[in-house]
Design a binder for this molecule. Structure first.
Ligand code: GLN
Length: 435
């Protein structure tokens, strides 16, 4: 069988290829001379499988796509409070290089615009690092996200530094507000090296997949940053990642994303996929023209919008029936799939309807593949309240979906591997009582 996904990717690339609108970034001379025809797209699944089409192994500089990852490093190296004290999380609705700071505090509005990202660079690694050590920490961290050692492009770095007046102006403003406490020139130098890290479309897809996979790189298995950091980063990518196009992006594509002026674009869909595209011609916002079209296609073809409504929670209760009769009758709620709060609420409704005369009740988890924390607590509370109402509660749980279930406070559950066992236990109990 021919592989389906690379064929699909090649087809979509073919559809956008003829669009030659936009221009490569002009303000960094070395980027202006990039081959504008390059085009590639890659999907990295959270199990590490990578699919691609086009120029997915060509290196280019990461540029602003480094921002969410270095934000993640700063949050995990310093903790949330010191970082949030210096950089906000509000969309600016302005261009990436706007000189915009909060009027009273001088705090950059968010970590995705240059003012925020320059500040965030200074917050990566321990406080006492010198500028070279800080760049090492950043490159090492970016490499952990990619799962391979990344290098910088010296020519692009030098070319951007020659024309870095705007970023230097931003850094001096930040210094004057004491948001930056180090030498502004050294911080811009480090930030520009960070932006000059060389990546391929394949690397970017894997970096995005690491975010989609709760901070664990799907290939190396390394937990690069904690899960709480990933949630913060994806949220900020969703509201601020596409600069002044963030609202259009959120409604039309609906995938937390980040673009870079070298033509890269990434998206991370939690729990599912990391996506990356590469095409150097940019629109007026500094986002890749063909990249934006590709993401619009991916989102609508595959239903990847994060606000896409998931399957109804009612499907969690697969069946609600009684097995056997008389005193050994057993009320069985057979559950299935992944259970979150709304699914657990369906179980509450079914459990409330159980008649007091049906003494034996089983929650059958045989077909359940995941139970999140709130659902686990609700199921245990159901068991506790049923016990208090005089029911005998069984948990059919052959795969230990709910290890060591303890409903607490007067609740009791008997864990069995299958329903036959629940029957036998009841028969033994009944026999014991009778004798
Ligand atoms: N290094 C670039 C800059 O600071 C990154 C901008 C971008 O990719 N949007 O201008």
């Amino acid at each position: 069988m021919r592989p389906i996904i690379p064929d699909y990717l090649a087809e979509v690339l073919g559809d956008v290829e003829s669009d030659t609108s936009g221009e490569p970034a002009g303000y960094i001379p070395e980027l202006a001379s990039a081959d504008p025809e390059r085009l590639g797209a890659a999907f990295a699944m959270v199990d590490g499988e990578v699919y691609g089409a086009g120029d997915i192994d060509v290196e280019f500089t990461i540029q602003s796509i480094s921002k969410p990852f270095v934000y993640a490093l700063a949050l995990s190296d310093r903790g949330f409070d010191p970082v949030l004290a210096k950089v906000g999380v509000e969309p600016s609705g302005e261009a990436f290089n706007e000189i915009s700071l909060e009027s009273d505090t001088g705090r950059p509005l968010n970590p995705m615009i240059n003012a925020g990202a320059i500040t965030v660079h200074s917050l990566a690694g321990a406080e006492d690092l010198n500028p070279t050590e800080r760049v090492d920490r950043v490159l090492h961290g970016l490499s952990a996200f990619a799962g391979r050692r990344l290098k910088t492009d010296q020519a692009v770095y030098a070319s951007e530094m020659e024309h870095a007046h705007r970023n230097l102006a931003i850094a001096h403003m930040l210094r004057s507000h004491n948001v930056l406490t180090e030498d502004p020139g050294a911080v811009v130098d480090g930030y520009t090296r960070q932006c000059s890290a060389l990546v391929t479309t394949r690397d970017l897809a894997m970096m995005a997949a690491t975010l989609a996979n709760r901070g664990v790189n799907p290939l190396s298995g390394e937990q690069v940053v904690p899960e709480a950091v990933v949630r913060q980063v994806l949220s900020v990518m969703f509201s601020c990642g596409m600069y002044d196009a963030a609202g259009d992006w959120a409604t039309q594509v609906g995938i937390p994303a980040k673009s870079g002026v070298a033509g890269g674009l990434i998206g991370a869909l939690p729990g599912q996929i990391g996506i990356a595209t590469f095409s150097p011609r940019l629109d007026g916002h500094g986002n890749s023209v063909r990249g934006v079209s590709l993401f619009e296609r991916f989102s609508s073809d595959m239903g990847l919008h994060v606000m896409e409504v998931p399957a109804a929670a009612r499907a969690v209760v697969r069946s609600n029936h009684v097995v056997a009769g008389g005193p050994s009758a057993l009320r069985v709620l057979q559950l299935q799939g992944g259970i979150g709060f709304a699914g657990a609420e369906r179980v509450v409704q079914e459990a409330m309807a159980i008649s007091p005369s049906e003494v034996r009740v089983a929650l059958d988890l045989t077909r359940v593949h995941s139970i999140d924390d709130v659902a686990r607590r609700v199921l245990l509370e159901i068991a506790r309240r049923l016990t208090l109402n005089g029911h005998d509660v069984y948990l059919v749980d052959p795969e230990s979906m709910m290890p060591d279930p303890d409903p607490g406070d007067g609740g009791r559950v008997t864990v069995v591997d299958n329903l036959d066992l629940a029957d036998q236990r009841a028969a033994t109990a009944a026999g014991g009582q009778g004798g």
